[in-house]
Write a protein that binds this ligand. Structure first.
Ligand code: NAP
Length: 234
C-alpha cells in the first residue's frame, strides 16, 4: 500500500537561539512539525539553528525557513509573519521565546533600553497575537485534528522582580499580563494559550532547568489531551 504524506503542520518559533528556542524547535519538529519558521536577529546563527532542526527532525518532509528580524521592529516582524504564512500556510503552534536576559541596574539603566525591552517582549508579542489569533481560531473551527496554540516562555520575575534584572522583570510582568488577557479572551475558542515558566537560570548543566528538559515539559503541556493549565512552572 502506498504511504501517505503526513499532514502539513506549521510551527512558528520567535526568538530561536542555542538554549530553549533550539530545543523546543527540534523537539516539536521531531514530534509533529514538517514546516518550521524560525525568527531571530542573527542570520548566521539562524543557519545553525535551521541545520539543527533539520538534523534532529530526520524527516524527508521537513522544511525550515528563517527570517533575520529584530522583532522590536514591528513592520519587519509583520512582514516576516506574512511571508511565513504565504510560504507554509496557517501556523498551528506559535511559540514566543524572544527576550533579552541581561543585567539592568535600577536608576542607572537608560530608559530607552527599558523601552526596547518592552517592544521586544510585549509589543512584538502583541503584534504576533494580532496576526496569529484569527488564524488559530479559524484552524480550531476547521480542523478537529489540529492543536492551535500560542505559547510564551516566561519565568518568575513577574512576581519576584530582581533589582539587577529590573528591566526584564518589568516587561515580563507586562508580558504575563498580556498572555493572561489573551487566555481569558480566547478561552472558549479552542486555541490553547499558556506560558512555560522557568523559575531560575537556564543552562545545559542545570539538573532541571536545562533546555532539553524545558522543551520536554513544553511538549507535555502542548500535547496533552486534557485541558491544559494556563502555566507550567519548571
Ligand atoms: N536564560 C535563562 O536563564 C532564562 C531563565 C528564565 C526564563 N528565560 C526565558 O527564556 C526565553 C529565552 O530562552 P533562552 O534564554 O534559552 O534563549 P535561547 O532560546 O537560546 O535564545 C533566544 C533568542 O532570542 C533571540 N532574540 C533576542 N532578542 C531578539 C530580538 N530583538 N528579535 C528577534 N530575536 C531576538 C536571540 O537571537 P538573536 O540574538 O539572533 O536575535 C536569542 O538567541 C526568554 O523568554 C527568557 O525570558 C530564560
Amino acid at each position: 500500500m502506498a504511504s501517505t504524506n503526513p499532514p502539513d503542520r506549521h510551527l512558528v518559533l520567535i526568538g530561536v537561539g542555542p538554549g530553549i528556542g533550539r530545543s523546543v524547535a527540534c523537539l516539536f519538529a521531531s514530534k509533529r512539525y514538517n514546516n518550521v519558521t524560525l525568527i531571530a536577529r542573527r542570520a548566521e546563527q539562524l543557519k545553525v539553528e535551521k541545520a539543527e532542526v533539520e538534523a534532529t527532525a530526520k524527516s524527508q518532509y521537513i522544511k525550515v525557513n528563517t527570517y533575520a528580524v529584530d522583532v522590536a521592529d514591528s513592520a519587519a516582524l509583520v512582514d516576516a509573519l506574512g511571508n511565513a504564512e504565504a510560504t507554509f500556510g496557517k501556523p498551528e503552534c506559535v511559540y514566543y521565546n524572544a527576550a533579552r536576559v541581561v543585567p539592568s541596574q535600577l536608576l542607572t539603566h537608560d530608559v530607552r533600553e527599558i523601552e526596547y525591552d518592552f517592544k521586544l517582549t510585549v509589543s512584538a508579542l502583541y503584534t504576533t497575537a494580532q496576526w496569529a489569533m484569527p488564524l488559530l481560531v479559524e484552524l480550531a473551527k476547521t480542523d478537529v485534528s489540529a492543536k492551535p496554540t500560542l505559547v510564551v516562555t516566561g519565568g518568575v520575575l513577574h512576581v519576584e522582580p530582581e533589582p539587577d534584572l529590573f528591566s526584564l522583570s518589568l516587561v515580563k510582568a507586562a508580558q504575563r499580563n498580556l498572555v493572561q488577557s489573551l487566555a481569558l479572551a480566547y478561552g472558549s475558542s479552542g486555541v490553547r494559550i499558556g506560558m512555560i515558566l522557568v523559575a531560575g537560570t537556564v543552562g545545559p548543566d542545570e539538573k532541571v532547568r536545562n533546555p532539553t528538559n524545558i522543551a520536554e515539559e513544553a511538549w507535555k503541556w502542548f500535547s496533552s489531551d486534557e485541558e491544559s493549565p494556563f502555566e507550567v512552572l519548571i
